[in-house]
Design a protein around this ligand. Structure first.
Ligand SMILES: [Zn+2]
Length: 282
């Protein structure tokens, strides 16, 4: 039986460093929304993914959108793009992470959300899990954060239905790198299996991802574009050589540093958001 759970509306993770990533989840017609308060001055935004778009979809009563992902937009702040490749803040891993949100790893997509269940009992009581089936009776693939859009850091080895849960600390879709984690974060088999359970990218010819560099707010250097394109290549490869049946447009932009929140609020309803912590070590 599915246990329903509610979105609390405001989930901001504090960090000891100035580097952060904001993940915005927007839909076009979400009306009854709680907009969390945030002082723009207290946070520095490095990346945000929003404008989730599907084909043959519709907006559900819960605000999530049905259908197959075909487009999303990510803002990359200049500070992020200019980070050296050996920076522990992991810009390549973050690009992969944001693209994963775009192609399906977001509760805004109903095909993802419909796999989330809250454990009513047992060692995972109260935890949200991603089950491989939408009736909740398959194997649990990962424990998900309360927000419903990230893999929860932590060691859940052997728990849950099927005993497939693992130590999730280094998975790409955790909220952010943890101390001593290898960077760049790699695409884990579990990150991949979750999207395949939701959208079956690997079983339907892979996903062809076209990057659009939108220079409305600023241009990209060759190194920055190379990093973005490498993240695209990595994510495409994770689901096999794409045949072109599934085509996804990833628009990337450089915003004004203060422009992300304004753009986010202006593009429709915000149903979920949270900061991605970049690094916990001082
Ligand atoms: Zn994220």
């Amino acid at each position: 039986m599915k246990t329903f759970w509610s979105w609390t509306g405001n989930h901001v993770l504090r960090d000891r460093r100035a580097s952060r990533v904001l993940c915005l989840v927007l839909v076009a017609a979400a009306a009854a929304l709680v907009q969390p308060s945030l002082s723009a001055a207290e946070e520095i935004v490095l990346a945000a993914t929003f404008n989730y778009t599907t084909v043959n979809g519709s907006v559900n009563a819960d605000g999530n959108i049905s259908g197959k992902p075909i487009a999303a937009t990510t803002f990359f702040d200049r500070d992020f793009l200019d980070l050296p490749t050996n920076d522990p803040d992991d810009p390549l891993g973050t690009a992969r992470h944001e693209l994963f949100h775009g192609i399906g790893f977001a509760r805004a997509y109903n095909s993802f959300f419909s796999h989330l269940f809250q454990k009513p009992s047992g060692p995972l009581t109260g935890e949200i899990v991603f089950n491989e089936l939408t009736n909740g009776l398959g194997n649990d693939l990962a424990v998900i954060t309360p927000v419903g859009t990230h893999i929860a850091p932590g060691d859940f080895t052997g728990l849950g239905i099927g005993g497939l849960l693992q130590n999730q600390n280094y998975f790409l879709m955790t909220p952010g790198p943890i101390p001593n984690a290898p960077v760049p974060y790699a695409i884990d088999a579990v990150d991949r299996s979750i999207l395949n359970a939701a959208f079956n990218w690997a079983g339907t010819g892979g996903i062809k991802i076209n990057v659009v560099f939108d220079t409305t707010f600023g241009g990209f250097t060759a190194a920055e574009m190379a990093r973005i394109n490498l993240a695209r290549d990595n994510v495409q490869a994770a689901f096999g050589n794409p045949t072109g049946d599934n085509v996804f447009t990833w628009t990337v932009q450089v915003p004004e540093p203060s422009g992300i929140l304004l753009a986010g609020f202006g593009l429709g309803g915000m149903i979920s958001w949270h900061w991605r912590r970049r690094q916990l070590a001082a």
